[in-house]
Design a protein around this ligand. Structure first.
Ligand SMILES: *[C@@H]1O[C@H](CO)[C@@H](O)[C@H](O)[C@H]1NC(C)=O
Length: 162
């Protein structure tokens, strides 16, 4: 077990030298929504997750299904997304900070599977699909900020697939 841990550390360190992605498959995204209140953001994301709760929403492909909201407060929404084929579970969260009439949001998604490193952008899409599904990306002044350093395989994501 200890040898395993050491080998794993070396492997991760080696990967870290050659890749810019986070050491564990995960994704952090900042959104600014100057024209959407945090309360409205929250209710739209929760409604979208409920619409995509069942597996049959993925019958035609993609991963817009198997969302579950596990906790919600004025400051944060927490939930999970399960991949339809392999049933990997990812933890997702949206932290909400009111900004004038709008809302600043920090989204985070991370794979529960401890050895996950590459994810085809799934952690990004876990968050992004809810945002675009709820139409929040079309709100006035909407901006999104993330990059490969904080979001695994962001630059090669395909949210219609993963
Ligand atoms: C919002 O996201 C959807 C789905 O990805 C996309 O089709 C649409 O063009 C986006 N709208 C804007 C204004 O970016």
């Amino acid at each position: 077990m200890e040898i395993c841990a050491v080998l794993f550390t070396c492997l991760v360190a080696g990967l870290a030298l050659t890749q810019a992605y986070p050491l564990h498959a995960s994704c952090k995204v900042q959104w600014s929504l100057p024209s959407v209140s945090c309360q409205s953001f929250s209710s739209k994301i929760i409604a979208q997750a409920k619409l995509w709760e069942k597996e049959d929403n993925c019958a035609g492909g993609g991963e817009r299904c198997l969302y579950k909201i596990t906790d919600q407060s004025a400051q944060e929404i927490k939930g999970t997304h399960t991949t339809p084929v392999k049933h990997y579970v990812d933890d997702i969260s949206f932290k909400l900070t009111p900004a004038g009439a709008g809302c600043n949001v920090e989204g985070f998604s991370t794979s529960e599977t401890w050895y996950a490193y590459l994810d085809y952008g799934t952690n990004y899409c876990n968050l992004e699909n809810l945002i675009t599904g709820a139409g929040l990306n079309t709100s006035q002044g909407y901006t999104e900020t993330t990059n490969d350093d904080v979001c695994t395989q962001f630059s090669s994501h395909d949210c219609d697939k993963y």
